[in-house]
Ligand binder design. Structure first.
Ligand SMILES: Nc1ncnc2c1ncn2[C@@H]1O[C@H](COP(=O)(O)OP(=O)(O)OP(=O)(O)O)[C@@H](O)[C@H]1O
Ligand SMILES: [Mg+2]
Length: 385
């Protein structure tokens, strides 16, 4: 539909775009910038004169890969979609990163695309608020952690003191058969000290202030292969089948490979325990499976799935399993810190984790959503393929 605008209404439209508080840029069909509004200049620090004639590559940051932009442009150029909306991190002239929610649409004349318009909503403030909330949340959980910790460390300390006292008394009284009893007592003491050390090690992992981790492109097939090598023999011995569907996946995620390996190992070990629990519960040694799979979500996210045919979850366990020190294992068997650490590592990679279970005896599914774009390519801004 052709709309004829009077000079007056054209001027109104122009003022609206000029005065709009969100950054707007308009390029021609080849991607050369034709127009940027004052909000765009304020947000990115470039002047109109610097921007016009250049391309949106000017704003590239390492947060998005070429692959990301290819997918984005395939949507914009698809006649059935003709738009793209999503979050990107751009870089301003002074090097500062600017997270924005971006919408790109073609604009047309006589049904022919003549250029593209991108409107951004600056998310910087929202992100800083989110970080603040997260910090407050963390402070609240320190209180909970402290009381659980008193209990977790208090128990082995009690045992250590008791054994040390027995050894001391028997040495003082010069009993003849003290050697064997003392060795046994010292053995218990060493075991309890090791338990405290493991606890402290796990706690350090949770409470560590997140460092600037560099997320890199991690091919899921490679990662799953490594984990399968580490646990494969153990699973075979226990008669658990590993259905590794990631092996043939072409998908990569933005991750820290050590974090990702630790996450997968933790979750798979939990699955092994859940399967052993189910065997105990049902009294049957049926075949059981741990499945590693991937669900491709929107163009920016990939969901990693770790599924098992183990004991499943009651509503109470489902609700509390990510709490530090929550465990259903017998005392001394598990610290209950595994999933708290996993959650922490996932969040450090800007991902999220959730769990699904149809109920007790019906297995569980852990779903980890990560960003699928890679930062390995040099900076990528809003640019055509
Ligand atoms: N795949 C699963 N199936 C069923 N229950 C699970 C599964 N994964 C975790 N859980 C439940 O969540 C609890 C907490 O798990 P988490 O990994 O935090 O600690 P843990 O495994 O008990 O101890 P640790 O990790 O120190 O060995 C477990 O005790 C178990 O009850
Ligand atoms: Mg665990």
């Amino acid at each position: 539909m052709k709309v004829d605008l009077t000079a007056d209404s054209r001027s109104i439209f122009f003022r609206c775009v000029e005065d709009c508080s969100e950054p707007i840029m308009i390029s021609d069909k080849t991607g050369r910038l034709q127009y940027v509004n004052p909000a765009w200049e304020r947000t990115y620090g470039y002047t109109k004169a610097e921007a016009i004639g250049d391309t949106p590559r000017l704003l590239r940051s390492h947060y998005q890969s070429d692959e990301f932009y290819k997918k984005m442009w395939s949507k914009i150029l698809n006649p059935e979609i003709e738009m793209w909306k999503g979050e990107v991190v751009n870089r301003a002239k002074d090097g500062k990163f600017v997270p924005v929610l971006l919408t790109i649409t073609p604009y047309k004349e006589a049904s022919e695309t003549v250029g593209y318009m991108a409107i951004a909503v600056d998310l910087t403030e929202r992100r800083s608020m989110e970080r603040q909330i997260l910090r407050q949340d963390r402070l609240a959980s320190i209180g909970m952690l402290a009381s659980s910790l008193a209990h977790e460390i208090g128990n082995p300390l009690g045992v250590i003191r008791g054994r040390a006292e027995i050894i001391m008394n028997s040495l003082k009284s010069g009993l003849t058969n003290t050697t064997e009893a003392s060795v046994q007592g010292l053995d218990t003491i060493i075991g309890q000290i090791d338990r405290i050390s493991r606890l402290i090690e796990s706690l350090l992992k949770i409470s560590r202030v997140p460092q600037e981790i560099r997320l890199a492109q991690v091919p899921l097939a490679l990662m799953a292969g490594e984990v399968a090598t580490l646990l494969g023999e153990n699973l075979r011995r226990k008669g658990i089948q590993l259905d590794n569907r990631l092996q043939s996946s072409q998908v990569s995620v933005m991750a820290d490979s050590h974090h990702l390996q630790q996450i997968l190992l933790n979750l798979m070990i939990n699955s092994v325990h859940a399967i052993e629990e189910e065997r105990k519960r049902s009294g049957r040694t049926d075949d059981h499976v741990i499945r590693l799979d991937v669900e491709e979500g929107d163009s920016e996210h990939t969901t990693l799935v770790i599924e098992d045919t183990g004991c499943g979850l009651t509503p109470e366990v489902k609700q509390r399993m990510f709490e530090p020190f929550f465990t259903t294992k017998t005392p001394g068997q598990g610290t209950g810190l595994g999933l708290a650490i996993v959650q922490r590592l996932v969040e450090e990679m800007q991902g999220c984790i959730r769990v699904e279970s149809r109920g007790p005896g019906l297995g569980s599914r852990m779903l980890i959503q990560l960003r699928s774009s890679s930062p390995t390519s040099p900076a990528s801004g809003v640019t055509k393929p």
